[in-house]
Design a protein around this ligand. Structure first.
Ligand code: PHE
Length: 454
């Protein structure tokens, strides 16, 4: 019998539900909005190459570690460390995670709001006959406006709240099981369109042929930060989801499937975008505007663009939604278990608090843009601190916790539930979480902050 059910705690009801929800968390704006533009900025395949290395050596073992911590403790990230390491300071790693979750969802909701607005623009054919310059200024004017983007951000937060408030089985699992297959279908349709354009080949070679000269230290830190961000690691999202996974499930298999799905979808998003961009002779290294400025320009020239444009922005919104619910759930689980709030009040409270920070984020694009720190506005600051600092730091502690604190016996116990365990796999896993993951994170981290000069 499922331990979760026995304790009265909500849980996922099927293996497909677990995978859809966890992959739903991983696949998000990170894959479709962020991955293509940072790949463009840092030299295409060279960046991809480093990114894949991080995914395999660091991402996968940390994902498995988070699932283990969650399922073993059946708690939110803060409660999980408190439960597994009573009386120690490890619980602050969990607390840091809850904080990172709130920060990420604040700016995440802003971009997701832009995406909803662009679904509407695409449906009303408003990209048609606009010059690249006009498309750019309409995007800039829009994100700087103090009203419309805030309304869409709040709408998105309400959608997120609506799913989370009904719980794991009836909310998160149910919607992930519908939305994830939809997402896969849409991305395949877009890939076929992009690959059948004349001149598509150049975009593919950009994505798969490495140019290492553009790969700076900053690029390597971004690859690491993005590996964490994209796999939803380092802040306890997957500790939280792990706490709803039943004893019969094989965690190693789930972690592997989720990692492969996330990476494949990021690459498929690149394939949907770059060949189309190159086919119309446009420069790919346009930063965050790639999806909101460059792509509308591509769509309005593309045969069938009036159909593919709304499809693309629906894809972006759906991907964002299955991720935002996982981020909100971290805070909600913390509020219900640590502050003893009812699920409903916890969800409303978390949504309200995060939305307030989100509104400031949105305004920092326009009326508050002169308030900067280290040259970052509030939005970029939250993005940078959470993705490049808090997540790798959280990941570092999570791997140290499993590798050095939890100990081999408990790892074997957790890994062998729902599966027959192979000795060499345990050895590799322990070696990775004990040495490789923390070592690599520490080096990349210090290097990115300018401690070494290579
Ligand atoms: N993985 C999500 C994405 O790629 C974002 C995310 C980060 C979700 C951290 C949960 C936790 O968009």
């Amino acid at each position: 019998m499922d331990l979760n059910t026995k304790s009265g705690r909500d849980s996922f009801s099927s293996k497909f539900g677990v995978i859809a929800a966890a992959a739903g968390s991983a696949v998000g704006l990170g894959n479709i909005w962020k991955f293509p533009y940072i790949t463009g900025v840092y030299g295409g395949a060279a960046f991809l190459f480093v990114y894949l290395g991080f995914i395999i050596l660091i991402g996968l073992p940390i994902m498995l570690s988070e699932f283990m911590i969650g399922r073993k403790s059946k708690r939110n990230p803060f409660g999980a460390f408190k439960n597994l390491a009573p009386g120690s300071s490890w619980k602050f790693v969990g607390l840091l995670g809850v904080l990172a979750a709130a920060m990420i969802l604040a700016f995440y909701g802003v971009v997701a709001g832009w995406s909803i607005d662009y679904v509407i623009r695409a449906l009303t054919n408003s990209f048609a006959a606009k010059s690249p310059g006009e498309l750019e200024s309409s995007f800039t004017e829009f994100i700087q406006s103090p009203i419309t983007p805030v309304i869409y951000q709040l709408l998105f937060m309400l959608m997120t709240m609506g799913i989370v408030i009904v719980g794991i089985k009836k909310g998160i699992e149910k919607y992930s099981k519908i939305l994830m297959p939809l997402l896969v279908v849409i991305i395949i349709v877009l890939d076929i369109r992009s690959l059948t354009l004349k001149g598509a080949y150049e975009g593919l070679s950009f994505l798969f042929y490495p140019d290492f000269s553009k790969l700076t230290a900053d690029g390597i830190l971004s690859a690491l930060g993005h590996a964490f961000f994209s796999l939803s690691l380092g802040m306890g999202t997957l500790i939280t989801y792990g706490s709803y996974i039943g004893a019969k499930n094989n965690l190693t298999k789930i972690a592997l499937q989720v990692t492969v799905a996330d990476t494949l979808i990021a690459i498929l998003a690149g394939v949907a975008i770059f060949p189309a961009v190159f086919a119309f002779g446009i420069e790919p290294s346009s930063g965050p505007g790639l999806v909101f400025i460059t792509l509308p320009n591509v769509f309005q020239q593309m045969p069938g663009g009036f159909f593919f444009a709304p499809l693309f922005f629906i894809l972006l919104t759906v991907a964002a939604l299955t991720s935002s619910i996982s981020i909100l759930e971290v805070v909600v689980a913390y509020f219900t278990e640590e502050l003893n709030l009812k699920r409903k009040s916890a969800t409303v409270l978390a949504t309200v608090l995060i939305s307030i920070v989100g509104v400031v984020c949105s305004l920092s694009m326009g009326i508050l843009k002169d308030y900067t720190l280290f040259n970052f506005n509030f939005f970029d600051l939250l993005d940078w601190i959470s993705a490049n600092m808090l997540l790798p730091l959280g990941g570092l502690f999570i791997s140290l916790f499993v590798g050095w604190y939890l100990g081999r016996e408990k790892v074997v116990e957790e890994l062998s539930q729902g599966s027959s365990i192979v000795e060499w796999l345990v050895r590799i896993f322990i070696f990775l979480v004990k040495f490789i993951a923390p070592g690599a994170i520490a080096i990349v981290f210090l290097n990115g902050l300018g401690f070494f000069s290579f």
